[in-house]
Write a protein that binds this ligand. Structure first.
Ligand SMILES: [Zn+2]
Length: 317
């Protein structure tokens, strides 16, 4: 998926053989496939730092072209949208990447700007899926942790960047310093170098660290860590915190709907504030989101990866 603007072909969050410039909206690994040796990368300075700490090699970050701005997307620390105002097309374009409108304590609030063309992510396209208020979910998590503390500990399964830091922040707010593995600790150190004061305990070996009321591990190690706690004579409760908890059952004792993506209502709010003439949806649920946006009177359709936006825009505008 690439945008062709002037002399640039800008890859969008994935490796594109045509691209001579690669936009990486944020540091989650499903958005960084273009980060290869020598690739010219356009991203925020925090995304660069997170990716470099994770991958241990340098990013060839380039200056953004004059017609390009990077806008906060609210998804995680350093996440950005791509905004292009092009004389060539005579209009403006926004590519959202992953985004959300609810404010998180560990990411910059989203910036919404008017654009003629909106390319919008479709992670949660369903009109009947609505997330609860973030503060309510966080309060429920804190109550659960405090309640279970009397019996044992809570082990959260979470991505090492983004969600793990949110959970650390939620725990810090009630005076708890969670235990995290080395990987999460390294990512959290990047957050702290960028102005956060997240408090945590790093464990080389999680098997010996069940004294804190909360441990955070990768999703893949959730059940295994519970078994380790059991072998250590500790009662442990497993938990996940993700938007997918709204409609998917996880192998965990409790699941909280804490999302870093927009639900359909947030998408409608975004579209209203952005005011685009045309909307292109992308991602695994692009066709469903386009259909649901059309039902609300918007000119929306699935982005066609075989085409080039310039040709489509020439047709549309
Ligand atoms: Zn993401």
């Amino acid at each position: 998926m690439a945008l062709r603007i002037g002399g640039h072909s800008i890859g969008l969050d994935r490796k594109d053989p045509q691209a001579n410039l690669n936009f990486v909206s944020h540091a989650h690994s499903d958005h960084t496939s273009a980060v290869k040796k020598g690739a010219r990368i356009l991203c925020s300075s925090v995304t660069r730092e997170l990716v470099e700490v994770r991958s241990k090699y340098g990013i060839n970050a380039v200056e953004k072209p004059e017609c390009v701005s990077l806008l906060n997307s609210g998804h995680m620390l350093g996440s950005r949208q791509l905004y292009i105002e092009s004389e060539e097309y005579g209009c403006s374009v926004i590519y959202t990447g992953d985004y959300q409108l609810q404010e998180s304590s560990t990411s910059e609030p989203i910036e919404i700007r008017h654009a003629d063309v909106l390319m919008v992510d479709s992670t949660y396209p369903f009109a009947n899926v609505a997330f609860d208020e973030r503060d309510e979910v966080i309060t429920a998590m804190q109550h659960y942790i405090r309640y279970k503390e009397r019996m044992g500990c809570v082990i959260f399964g979470a991505y090492s960047m983004g969600k793990a830091q949110e959970i650390i922040s939620i725990c810090n707010d009630v005076g708890i310093e969670p235990v995290v593995d080395r990987n999460t600790a390294r990512m959290t150190e990047v957050y702290n170098r960028n102005g956060f004061g997240l408090r945590f305990v790093e464990a080389e070996d999680m098997a010996n660290h069940f004294d804190s009321p909360v441990e955070i591990v990768s999703m893949g190690k959730l059940y295994e860590t519970k078994m380790l706690a059991s072998e250590a004579g500790k009662t442990a409760f497993t938990a996940v915190a993700t938007g997918f908890a709204r409609f998917q059952k996880f192998r965990a004792d409790v699941q909280f709907t804490l999302s870093d993506h927009a639900d359909f209502k947030q998408t409608l709010d975004y579209v209203e504030q952005c005011g685009p003439k045309s909307i292109f949806t992308y991602g695994p649920n692009a066709d469903i989101l386009a259909k649901n946006l059309r039902a609300y009177g918007h000119d929306a359709r699935e982005f066609d990866v075989r085409s080039d936006l310039g040709k489509m825009m020439a047709l549309e505008i």
